[in-house]
Design a protein around this ligand. Structure first.
Ligand code: PPS
Length: 297
């Protein structure tokens, strides 16, 4: 990386951030369950959708929930996405109803659960019990662009980031954003999922082959669905339809839509040529021992 992404000493910090086991986090992530993950009462039939933020989590969760309900949208249409699907480590002051730890105790099994925790902070009993894990990853260039917008959309979670994209990219490359280093996060989960029969999805493949993605998730969750239901679920989870839904494209995001562009390759509108070259250098170095690859457009 040489010095290209070197942070200056006054770089932006989320005012309420903290670091736990090397990972940059913010206070909406519960500390007690990081320190004592055994507090989570995990059940062996729990199903987790895990990701680095801004990678297609909401999309994957909507697909999984409709699949688990065999295409019946009644439950998915009953309340907000964020109230239906517990986000296990989430504990926002502003939205107490969305406290994931409590919410996960109040839904029926099999429970569909969301987490952005890196693997070394994830409740280990869930892995020991063999819970199903779907990990969704997105190429890091589009991820950082989406995260940059999200920081600005939610000052109540991320503070008052007023810098430009170049400044944000530096934070991201240095792991100084909430949930930390993208490379460690993604590779940690990739290695686990590959070795332990999890399902590894890539946002770019989901965009390219949406029906195939629905089939893959259905097979992983042992749900035998007709082609008609697969098509119905895939259609309901299209970007256009999810963007229109008030239950998903939620209103609290301050003036910016949660579902923004939903595209592959938007990074080209943000990275300069030299940022792109420097990022590729970092990427090639950090990914050199992995078989994991991404599409960029
Ligand atoms: S979060 O807040 O971390 O859980 O966000 P996450 O859901 O992981 O990622 C948000 C980005 O995914 C896009 N998105 C979709 N793209 C295509 N199709 C569908 N159905 C879809 N649903 C969500 C969303 O728009 C965010 O990406 P950007 O690039 O910002 O648009």
């Amino acid at each position: 990386m040489a010095d290209y992404f070197k942070l200056n000493p006054e770089y932006y910090q989320v005012p309420w951030h903290f670091t736990f086991k090397g990972v940059y986090l913010a206070k909406y992530v519960r500390k007690d369950t990081l320190e004592r993950p055994e507090l989570y009462e995990i059940k062996s039939d729990d199903i987790f959708v895990v990701s680095y933020p801004k990678s297609g989590t909401t999309w994957t969760l909507e697909l999984a929930q409709l699949i688990m309900n065999k295409g019946d949208p009644t439950y998915s249409e009953s309340e907000s996405h964020f109230d239906r699907i517990p986000f296990i480590e989430f504990n926002p002051e502003r939205y107490p109803k969305r406290n994931g730890f409590t919410a996960m105790q109040n839904i029926e099994s099999p429970r569909l659960l969301k987490s952005h925790l890196p693997i070394h902070l994830f409740p280990p009993q869930a892995l020991q019990m063999g819970c199903k894990v779907i990990f969704v990853a997105r190429n890091p260039k589009d991820t950082v662009v989406s995260y940059y917008h999200f920081y600005q959309a939610l000052p109540s979670l991320y503070g008052d980031y007023k810098g430009d994209f170049s400044g944000y990219l530096k934070l991201f490359v240095n792991g100084q954003v909430v949930y930390g280093d993208w490379f460690d996060h993604t590779l940690g989960w990739y290695n686990y999922v590959e070795e332990n029969n999890g399902l590894f999805l890539k946002y770019e493949d989901m965009k390219k082959n949406p029906s195939e993605t629905t089939v893959k998730i259905a097979e992983y969750l042992n749900c035998d669905l007709s082609d008609e239901i697969i098509d119905e679920i895939t259609g309901r989870c299209s970007f256009a339809r999810m963007k229109m839904s008030k239950l998903i494209n939620f209103e609290e995001v301050e003036g910016r839509p949660f579902l923004r562009k939903g595209a592959v390759g938007d990074w080209k509108n943000y990275f300069t040529v030299s940022e792109n070259e420097a990022f590729d250098e970092v990427y090639n170095e950090r990914m050199k021992d992995s078989r994991l690859t991404f599409d960029w457009e």
